[in-house]
Design a protein around this ligand. Structure first.
Ligand SMILES: O=C(O)c1ccccc1NCC(=O)[C@H](O)[C@H](O)COP(=O)(O)O
Length: 263
């Protein structure tokens, strides 16, 4: 079994337990209440504009790297990202492989003013509603995990809640499926989630398949100002960076360095 299938299986069990504690009707009610309070589609608005935007990730561990941050002051990390000019924060909530927690997301969203993406492995509508209820401005939908009907219906549900959907693809066919599902933000993951191999060329190759009015986010394996410059030249709207920032002793300085501006 590949890692995505394993993650999906475990996620379904996790959500079934959550549902037993808090039914879908209540999560929906909370999501609708949150939608009334929040600026709709703040995430995609934040990514639009002049230069390439930065989505900076709060991630404690990952399947490919194991434990990344033994010390994990998640609120300080999110505050640093905001202070250093991030357009948005991505927060992992998957508990088993990424050692995430829902409360990291809700506390971060309450603490900072830039939008927060819930980075998890959405397998049903409960998780879309829960993202909004927890304070997220965006939710990740992974093409490799969902069929066309699910992609379309979860993207539509997210839209009804004013939540942006970052629809993640890794090849030509998945980009086409993301666009057919109505994605307004397409994320191309440079990491092959089966082999964990990272190749920036994947974003460069797929960029031209996404029309300019749709936001294009390059995700994973971004490590240097040179990588950013290459993606900028290909017309990428935003980058999503996790490990490089999480391992930096001074995250603000690292973000400045990646931007190409030094400290
Ligand atoms: O990072 C992994 O090992 C991983 C494995 C399986 C599914 C998803 C995975 N990562 C999620 C991500 O998309 C990354 O956290 C994100 O793009 C940031 O990547 P990086 O800058 O390389 O930390």
């Amino acid at each position: 079994m590949n890692i995505l299938a394993e993650i999906a299986g475990r996620t379904k069990l996790r959500v079934a337990e959550e549902k037993a504690r808090l039914p879908l009707s209540e999560v929906k009610r909370r999501a609708e209440a949150a939608a009334k309070e929040c600026e709709p589609f703040a995430f995609e608005r934040a990514l639009k504009g002049g230069d390439i935007s930065f989505i900076c990730e709060v991630k404690r561990a990952s399947p490919s790297k194991g434990l990344i941050a033994a010390d994990f002051p998640y609120l300080d990390i999110a505050r640093d990202y905001q202070a250093a000019g991030a357009a948005a924060v991505s927060c992992l909530t998957e508990p088993y492989w990424f050692k995430g927690e829902d409360r990291y997301l809700s506390e971060i969203a309450a603490e900072i003013s830039i939008p927060v993406l819930r980075k998890d492995f959405v397998v049903n509508e409960y998780m879309v509603c829960a993202a909004r209820a927890l304070g997220a401005s965006a939710v990740l939908l992974i093409c490799a995990l969902l069929d066309d009907a699910q992609l379309r219906s979860f993207a539509q549900l997210a839209g009804e809640l004013g939540l942006s959907a970052l629809v993640e693809a890794h090849d030509e066919a998945e980009v086409e499926r993301a666009l057919l599902a109505g994605a307004r933000v397409v994320g191309v993951n440079n990491r092959d989630l089966r082999s964990f191999q990272v190749d920036m060329e994947v974003s460069c190759r797929l960029r031209s398949l996404v029309p300019p009015e749709i936001l294009f986010v390059s995700e994973s394996g971004i490590e240097s100002a040179g990588d950013i410059e290459r993606l900028r030249r290909h017309g990428v709207d935003a980058v999503l960076i996790g490990e490089k920032l999480m391992r930096a002793a001074d995250r603000r300085a690292m973000l400045a360095e990646l931007r190409g501006g030094g400290q």
